[in-house]
Design a protein around this ligand. Structure first.
Ligand SMILES: [Zn+2]
Length: 289
């Protein structure tokens, strides 16, 4: 059967005898067919290239992520295009058919609705794909990855923040980093949700009492440091690990299970879902707006 995404790697592993397919699930969602394999794999991933380095990740709004190394990881191109198209269509379809007059929805209106549903799925796929590439690269390069434990549910109830938080998928990145890190012996550090990574100055350690989301540049009143907001936060996260290795008391909690109640992911030679499309069924309720 022909697939949109390459199954060559999986096929090679099966030929070599290092993988066995245990089950396959076929599903149909928003106009596309998906097949998800549950595969048992013997893994021997090499250790990270720089085992002594730690990287802090701050998920951005305009970009996908900002790393403590100063690198800005852009959103996937496909994601940006789909978002722009979605905005346009939602404006176009903003006039709903009037229910009181029993006006029938026009053919054109219904067609737009179908296209909108498809775009939502496309956006979710593109974002997940971008996060997969990011998490794979992070654990291949660094010995420790520091993420934030955001209280996503509480933030979702905040209507103004909801779009941003739902959009950037912190929980998804954390899930991915946690299981791929285990294969390479990389440490995952999750900073306490009360740690003010954005409000702290990465230069002198001063903490601001207030920092608006609109303030994209951090300006320290104490030492005068001026730095991109997300880069400042990412550097603070990395500093947590560096402090962690020198002293026992620290706000970092090591390898704490993720907030979502899901089955523990067995590390090393365990089961995992095969393709990038896989496993979306249980995540289909993930926020895409
Ligand atoms: Zn400062």
């Amino acid at each position: 059967m022909r697939t949109h995404e390459s199954t060559r790697k999986l096929a090679r592993r099966i030929e070599l005898g290092t993988a066995t397919i245990r089950s396959a699930t076929v599903s149909f969602r928003s106009g596309r067919w998906f097949v998800s394999f549950s595969v048992k794999i013997d893994r021997d991933d090499p250790p990270p290239q720089q085992p002594d380095s730690a990287v802090g990740v701050d998920l951005g709004i305009k970009s996908l992520a900002v790393l403590s190394t100063g690198e800005v990881v852009p959103n996937p191109r496909r994601l940006e295009l789909a978002q722009r198209e979605l905005c346009r269509l939602q404006r176009q379809a903003s006039r709903r058919p009037d229910k009181r007059t029993k006006q029938k929805p026009s053919k054109r209106w219904r067609r737009t609705q179908a296209r909108i549903a498809k775009l939502h799925a496309e956006i979710a796929n593109a974002r997940r794909d971008g996060l997969h590439k990011l998490s794979t690269r992070l654990v291949a390069e660094h010995g420790a990855v520091v993420l934030e434990d955001l209280n996503v549910r509480a933030m979702m109830s905040n209507r103004r923040l909801a779009r941003h938080v739902a959009g950037v998928g912190m929980g998804e990145l954390r899930r991915q980093v946690e299981y791929t890190a285990a294969w390479r012996g990389v440490h995952t550090h999750v900073a306490s949700r009360w740690y003010p990574s954005s409000k702290t100055c990465s230069g002198c350690g001063a903490v601001k009492t207030k920092l608006r989301l609109s303030e994209r540049v951090y300006q320290c009143e104490h030492c005068g440091m001026v730095l991109d907001r997300d880069l400042n936060a990412a550097r603070n996260l990395t500093a947590l690990v560096e402090r962690d290795t020198s002293s026992a008391s620290c706000v970092v909690r090591l390898n704490e299970p993720a907030g979502n109640p899901r089955k523990p992911t067995p590390g090393g030679n365990g089961y995992r879902h095969g393709k990038a499309h896989a496993g979306q069924r249980q995540r289909s309720n993930a926020p895409t707006r």
